[in-house]
Design a protein around this ligand. Sequence first.
Ligand SMILES: NC(=O)c1ccc[n+]([C@@H]2O[C@H](COP(=O)([O-])OP(=O)(O)OC[C@H]3O[C@@H](n4cnc5c(N)ncnc54)[C@H](OP(=O)(O)O)[C@@H]3O)[C@@H](O)[C@H]2O)c1
Length: 133
Amino acid sequence: MDLRGKVVLVTGSSSGIGREAAIQFARKGSIVVVTYCRHRKAGERIRRECLLHGPAELMHLDVRDNRSVSTAVRQVTRRFGRLDILVNNAGVLSVAPLHRQSPRGIIVKAAEEKLGKRSGDDVDIWEYLDESP
Ligand SMILES: NC(=O)c1ccc[n+]([C@@H]2O[C@H](COP(=O)([O-])OP(=O)(O)OC[C@H]3O[C@@H](n4cnc5c(N)ncnc54)[C@H](OP(=O)(O)O)[C@@H]3O)[C@@H](O)[C@H]2O)c1
């Protein structure tokens, strides 16, 4: 597939798999939109790596926040006129094997993410459940 000139947005591209995906798209000649959530400096580094190959932008995007997602998409379409490819990579990993996880543990992890808390913080699961669709 010819990826030259395609406008590609990779969520969670300030590290890991998203970082690699962003750089590979840049190497193939795509216009890459790198996004970060908490680590702007890391995102800037990846954008600079992409710029070695072609145009690249850096944007903040938090997939937990609908407004953040629509703002990023609007910025991309305003800047480049379109969005050709979305790589929705952003996410979090639970490090324990599934058989060692409890339903409560999984809900607490989801609540920490949704409410923007860090592991070990007090999490009000009911607040999370009230907000969940
Ligand atoms: N690595 C694996 O073995 C593996 C296995 C199965 C599935 N996956 C999935 O593959 C994806 C990438 O994994 P990875 O290992 O590359 O993870 P990673 O190195 O921890 O990177 C996660 C990326 O997601 C971003 N991110 C975190 N929370 C976000 C949010 N709320 N909104 C937007 N971006 C957010 C981070 O940005 P900041 O750092 O800027 O916050 C970072 O760029 C994840 O969805 C993960 O669940 C990974």
